[in-house]
Design a protein around this ligand. Sequence first.
Ligand code: ZN
Length: 80
Amino acid sequence: MKLTEENFEDIRWGVMCKEITLCETCDTVFKYSPNRKFCDVCKRKRKRAYERKPERKEKRKEYDRLRNLRKKEGRQNATG
Ligand SMILES: [Zn+2]
């Protein structure tokens, strides 16, 4: 459901009664749940945006580097 001029009053009332919530970014209406501010679509989008953050990428790179290093070391030890 989306917020429109016709259902604005109903939605406002529903929000006040904590029966439904309006998504903060796209005005989609979804069932009320404590601490929930975004609809499923926006939640997914936000999660994806978070994973694309440069610092997350750096961490991932560092993790890959360490893993490769460990692999190499393992091989060296095995060949003696
Ligand atoms: Zn949304």
